[in-house]
Write a protein that binds this ligand. Structure first.
Ligand code: NAG
Ligand code: NAG
Length: 440
């Protein structure tokens, strides 16, 4: 008895000694080795950025999903937040890379991709970007109808306090930190005295103003720290082969319609007034395919129908709605359909990291104010066929960088929306912090 007790103490003692001399490899050390030895992961050697992903208390992200019935006051988000925010699979599309992705879940997909990203580092000392993975969009839409502003804003204040306490914040006053939001910036910029449509004040909090904010729609007037990222569409391939095959089919498909419009009229939204005109003109023209969205079941909510309509048209009309931007813009590019914009803020002032600097290279602009009376069809038929083909080639070449690859994928055959976002952000932060401490 006494001997075995001695043995236990003796062994414990040696165990502790050994433990402190040779601590067991943390799960992170494998990644660190990879980082120091790029040959283990060729994709990593291409990384100019090194992203540290904060482990936030789960009330800021995954914990919110436990109450997924109440994440959006208009709809049950449970099916949409499944599969890292990709939503429900669409087996009818013929492969496992298609999902009925909700328009406001890009923040979740970005998070899942970042966690699995070859440019991720577990060592903050090596990081030049710090990602704060707050599901701000989902949280915001769960509180749209909360009349008490203190209650509506509470979690955003807690987030702000949390990041201020992080030692890595101090290094560059948060200038190398960023958020990703799957909703538009307007939802986080409530001004007192304005119309209260449910927004909180996240983007107006002083620490957040020091950060970069990646969002599906930036405020083009005051959002100098806001950067547009694509809305997530329905295609989330894992391999470059699938991507190439899709691009090829969109190049070759026959497009019997000159133009199409999928959408609903809007009443009382000034920037959407042109929708009535568009619906009228499209309805009258034999060369336009109109899919009117309304309440209840409608083709316009079925991804396969949406893509079918867009893939059978040369041009897809993209008027502003409640917001300047539309997820539909990204669906249309995915279908090789050239977008027609009526406001510069639907794309040109939004997605500088992703779209060519010359709008004429990939889109048509019809001045929503001046040309409303003019017939859209007259405008589009005048575009020479070789110009149409050139624009279509350009947008089909853009598809990979506007796509959110499947988060499980580590095959880096192409640069997807997250790759482009991280690389562009690293460049941007570097330009703002030329003398910063850190590995630049
Ligand atoms: C934001 O950055 C400025 C310097 O650019 C700094 O003076 C300020 O303290 C920072 N704010 C916060 C909340 O860290
Ligand atoms: C992705 O990976 C997770 C965890 O490794 C796994 O549970 C899931 O089934 C995978 N999903 C797909 C579509 O491969």
């Amino acid at each position: 008895m006494r001997f075995s007790a001695f043995l236990v103490i003796f062994l414990t003692f040696w165990f502790l000694i050994l433990f402190y001399w040779f601590p067991p490899a943390k799960p992170t050390s494998f990644q660190d080795d990879q980082e120091d030895n790029p040959s283990l992961n060729p994709a990593q050697s291409r990384c100019k950025e090194s992203v540290y992903v904060y482990e936030l208390p789960d009330k800021f992200n995954l914990g919110l999903l436990r109450d997924c019935q109440h994440l959006n006051v208009y709809t049950n988000m449970c099916p949409h937040v499944a599969n890292y925010g990709l939503g429900q699979p669409l087996p009818k599309m013929g492969s496992t890379s298609w999902f009925g992705t909700h328009q406001y879940t890009a923040e979740m997909i970005f998070h899942a991709r970042a966690e699995n990203h070859p440019c991720r580092t577990w060592d903050p000392l090596k990081a030049n970007l710090f990602y704060v993975p707050f599901y701000g969009g989902l949280h915001c839409s769960s509180k749209f109808r909360e009349p008490n502003h203190a209650v509506r804003d509470a979690l955003t204040f807690e987030l702000s306090e949390f990041i201020l306490q992080q030692p890595w914040w101090q290094r560059n006053n948060g200038m190398d930190h960023f958020l990703v939001l799957g909703r538009t910036a307007w939802d986080f910029m409530r001004t007192e005295g304005g119309v209260d449509f449910g927004a909180n004040k996240l983007l107006l909090l002083p620490p957040i103003k020091n950060m970069s904010v990646l969002t599906v729609e930036r405020n083009p007037w005051v959002g100098s720290n806001q950067h547009g990222i694509p809305y997530a569409s329905y295609f989330h391939p894992s391999t470059v082969g699938e991507m190439l095959a899709w691009q090829k089919s969109m190049r070759e498909i026959e497009r019997p319609y000159l133009f199409s419009f999928i959408g609903a009229p809007r009443t009382g939204v000034e920037k959407a007034a042109i929708r009535d005109e568009i619906i009228k003109q499209c309805d009258k023209s034999t060369r336009c395919l109109l899919v009117k969205c309304g309440h209840g079941a409608s083709k316009c909510h079925l991804p396969s129908e949406v893509l079918k309509v867009m893939a059978s048209s040369h041009f897809c009309l993209q008027p502003a709605g409640d917001m300047f931007t539309r997820r539909s813009t990204f669906d249309s590019i995915l279908a090789g359909c050239i977008p027609v914009f009526f406001s510069p803020h639907t794309a040109y002032s939004q997605y500088a990291w992703y779209l060519p600097a010359d709008p004429n290279a990939y889109s048509v602009f019809i001045d929503g104010e001046g040309d409303v009376g003019k017939r859209i069809e007259d405008h589009l038929v005048k575009i020479p066929i070789d110009k149409i083909e050139r624009m279509r080639r350009t947008i089909i070449d853009l598809i990979p960088s506007l796509t959110y690859m499947h988060p499980n994928s580590t095959g880096y055959g192409f640069q997807d929306a997250v790759d482009v976002g991280l690389a562009s952000l690293a460049k941007h932060v570097k330009s703002k912090l030329p003398l910063a401490k850190g590995s630049y």
